[in-house]
Ligand binder design. Structure first.
Ligand code: AMO
Length: 435
């Protein structure tokens, strides 16, 4: 049987106030310096890094021999005594009395994680697991874990039930172009682009639902904000309209900021981010207003046209922080979005923006079966493909609304990262299927 090593402290527990305490630690060799008779080891574990100092003549022969060629990323167990040490980086060290190498890493490692050699994003992703061991990269995912927890607690508190919908589906929901096809026992199936139709149906059972999951888009465009597998936070609620769910969304975003600030101060410092809780309500601008604004800036844009990247850049310069764009032209939105009753050429829809970046979109949904069928047809789709969905609209479909929030894009904002790939553990895009 493999001997299970014991641990009494994590690296972050090693503080000057614990001077004199005995400690057993487990972790990876982050750095090692050999000054003849004395070795300085930086031990890294999930909580952080601490300094271990070992004097060879104080170690038993076996231990001294074991750490002779200690190197980056070896897994070690150390037993020693905490010692206040003003000369050490954190003012404290553990004076090692016993040390064991539990697993050796190969030499040389294919990638330098100390950051002394700067690496571009592709090299980093090629060696992702090593790259993630860098404290500042790991910090992003500790923040993500807190953000996910915050989202769940916020939505649950407001009566939303967490659901899981299929990833293998028979019909496209968000337009046919970006679909991945799957050979499903000889039949054609697709990877889900969103939980849209299922979450709408489930409002007739649970009233308020949410889902956090990965969805798939066959994105040919290679940008810093698109991947082919992304995490979406979706909500849908019966008896709400788009204004109600916008309110849910802005308050959720503020709550996530608050929680991340409370729980992840250390990680935010590590990545150099000064986060502030955004003020709610977020500004709301209609599509029409922004078209006028863009024209005022000299941009050539026709009514009905989607905002392209150059337009979004201009808007992002003019509008800092979070804001909503509302009331998009009906034609520019998916078939399930409710046209405004007083002005059917625009819809009860919105996008949540952070400067130039679209984070979420949503709206009031069509709940009338005949209208939904008409909109499917008007968008050049075949109602026959949606018959399973349409039939639910005959079973008592209340008014409902919801949104889908790109979690990875929210993480780009929270951690101030330039490329969406930095905030995804193992990103997938046109060029990347491994690791
Ligand atoms: P939409 O298609 O706008 O809406 O997607 C919602 C949000 O998901 C994120 N997103 C992506 N993130 C990374 N890479 C991608 N390829 C990608 N595609 C989308 C974006 C986007 O704002 N069913 C509707 C939502 C709803 O109305 O409830 C939908 O899917 O942040």
């Amino acid at each position: 049987m493999v001997e299970k090593p014991s641990r009494t402290h994590y690296a972050s527990d090693i503080t000057p106030e614990r001077d004199g305490e005995r400690a057993e630690l487990l972790g990876w060799v982050h750095e090692v310096r050999d000054l003849g008779g004395i070795k300085f080891i930086l031990l890294r574990d999930v909580s952080g890094i601490c300094q271990i100092t070992v004097r060879k003549k104080e170690l038993g022969e076996r231990a001294a021999d074991e750490i002779k060629d200690l190197g980056f990323e070896d897994v070690i167990w150390v037993r020693g005594v905490v010692k206040r040490q003003p000369k050490a980086r954190l003012g404290v060290e553990v004076v090692g009395e016993e040390i064991r190498v539990l697993a050796k890493a190969e030499r040389p490692l294919p990638y330098d994680i100390t950051g002394k050699v700067p690496a571009n994003i592709d090299t980093r992703l090629d060696h992702r697991v090593l790259d993630l061991r860098k404290p500042e990269n790991k910090a992003i995912f500790l923040i993500a874990s807190t953000a996910l927890k915050a989202i769940r607690e916020f939505l649950r508190e407001r009566g939303f039930i967490e659901v899981r919908t299929p990833r293998i589906i028979a019909t496209a929901t968000e337009g046919g172009a970006a679909l991945f096809e799957v050979n499903y026992f000889g039949r054609k199936a697709y990877l889900a682009q969103s939980p849209q139709l299922y979450k709408e149906q489930l409002t007739t059972v649970f009233e308020r639902v949410f889902e956090i999951g990965t969805f798939f888009r066959a994105e040919e465009s290679h940008t810093r904000r698109h991947v082919s597998e992304f995490t979406s936070v979706d909500i849908e609620s019966a008896f709400m309209d788009y204004r109600d769910v916008m309110e849910v969304l802005e308050n959720l975003i503020a709550h996530v900021h608050r929680r991340v600030l409370e729980e992840r101060e250390r990680e935010l410092n590590l990545i150099g981010v000064e986060l502030e809780v955004p003020k709610t309500p977020f500004p709301r601008y209609s599509y029409d207003e922004l078209v006028e604004e863009l024209r005022g800036m000299g941009e050539d844009i026709e009514w009905g046209q989607d905002f392209g990247t150059p337009h979004l850049r201009r808007l992002g310069e003019a509008h800092k922080g979070y804001y909503f764009i509302t009331d998009f032209p009906t034609e520019s939105k998916p078939f399930y979005i409710q046209p405004r009753r007083d002005k059917p050429e625009v819809s009860e829809s919105f996008d949540l923006m952070y400067e130039w970046l679209e984070l979420a979109s949503g709206g009031t949904r069509i709940s009338d079966k005949a209208l939904l069928e008409r909109r499917i047809r008007e968008q050049g789709l075949n109602p026959e493909s949606f018959k399973e969905h349409l039939k639910v609209f005959g079973y008592g479909m209340p008014m409902h609304a919801g949104w889908g929030l790109g979690f990875d894009r929210l993480m780009m904002v929270l951690t101030n990262r330039w490329n969406i790939r930095e905030v995804i553990l193992y990103p997938r895009d046109v060029f990347r299927l491994t690791p």
